[in-house]
Structure formats: C-alpha cells, structure tokens
Ligand binder design. Sequence first.
Ligand code: HEM
Length: 173
Amino acid sequence: MTNITKENFDKAKNFYNFDTLYAPVLPGLKATVMKHQDAITDAFYKELANDEIAAKIVAGRVDQLKATHKVWMEELFNGEYGEAYFNRRYKIGETHVKAKIAPYFVEVITSSLRRSFAQILVAEGAVAVQAALAILDLDAMIIIGAYHEDRMHRMSDVTGMNLNLLETLMSFG
Ligand code: HEM
C-alpha cells in the first residue's frame, strides 16, 4: 500500500465535512438499515447474478458472501471512521483486486447500493440519505483506490520505475 488512497480518504472526509455533518448521524440509522439488510443484500447478489461474468465470480459462494456483506453493512453505520476503519475497508478492496474482479462491477453495484439506501432512508429525511451516501462513497473510493494502487505497483514492477515517480507522472499536479 502507498499513502495515496489514505490521503484521498482523509481529504474527502474534510471536503464533505464528513466527521461533523455525517459521521454522528450514521449510528442512528443503523437499526433502520439493518431491518432491510437481507433485502438489500439479496438485491445486490441478484443483480450480480444477472450479469454473465459477475454470476460466474460469485457462483457457489453466495451464502458466504451474504454473511460478509452483512458485517460490512453493520460496520458502515458504526460511527467510527478513522484509521482502523480505513485499514479494514482497504483490505476489502485488496480482496477484490486479488480476486481479479473488474472495478467496473464495483462501480455499478455501488450505484445499486446508493439507490437501495436512498429508498430505505428517504422517509428519515434528507440528512439521513446524505449521510448514508457519503459513507458509501468513501467506501467505494477506498476500494477503487486499492485498484489504482495495484495498477501502479504492477506498472512499477514492469517498468522498474519508482512508485512515487510514477504517481507524480500520472498526477495533474
Ligand atoms: C461496493 C461493492 C462491494 C462490497 C462492499 C463488497 C463487500 C465484500 C466483502 C466485505 C467481502 C469480504 C472481504 C474479506 O473477507 O476480505 C467481499 C468479498 C468478495 N466479493 Fe465483494 N463487495 C463488493 C463488490 C463485489 C462485486 C461487484 C463482486 C463480483 C462481481 C464481488 C465479489 C466478491 C467475491 C468473489 C469475494 C470473495 C473473494 C475471495 O475471498 O477471494 N464483490 N466483498
């Protein structure tokens, strides 16, 4: 791991004013969301099963994946979003990278999760929806960050170029 994803995570939290506006709201939404967790998780894997490639990736382990998805969702609303949270979420990202799951799937399924959360939380008011989407976006940013870092590492391995130099060359300043 380099620091780029962690730096972006911290910057994004500041950008949204996440710790002040949204982190304190999230634990209060946990009971409502978890009441619908089975339905959200079922919809998540049903959508993946509708895609020929994604269906093959999850085949034979949907029950086990549903269990980890429940833990993931509980943690989303725990109210603690510091270093330990980041490290756990980054490891989830690395798991998907190692499983060679195209990041496209993470992006489209995150979009489905956004719609599920919005539907469930709309009755709780705008801030509830905003808070849930804010943490979901941070999680997606971490997973996609793990893909970025993996690509940079592989490029560095192939070219022999130093990682920091590669990041500098790829950045817009
Ligand atoms: C926002 C999107 C996603 C979230 C939050 C998520 C969540 C998780 C979590 C919490 C784990 C367990 C990780 C671990 O134990 O380290 C996991 C593993 C896994 N996920 Fe996802 N997932 C997402 C997207 C996807 C997609 C799009 C696919 C397939 C197309 C997928 C397939 C898998 C597979 C196959 C594993 C097990 C990998 C292994 O153990 O080798 N996930 N996911």
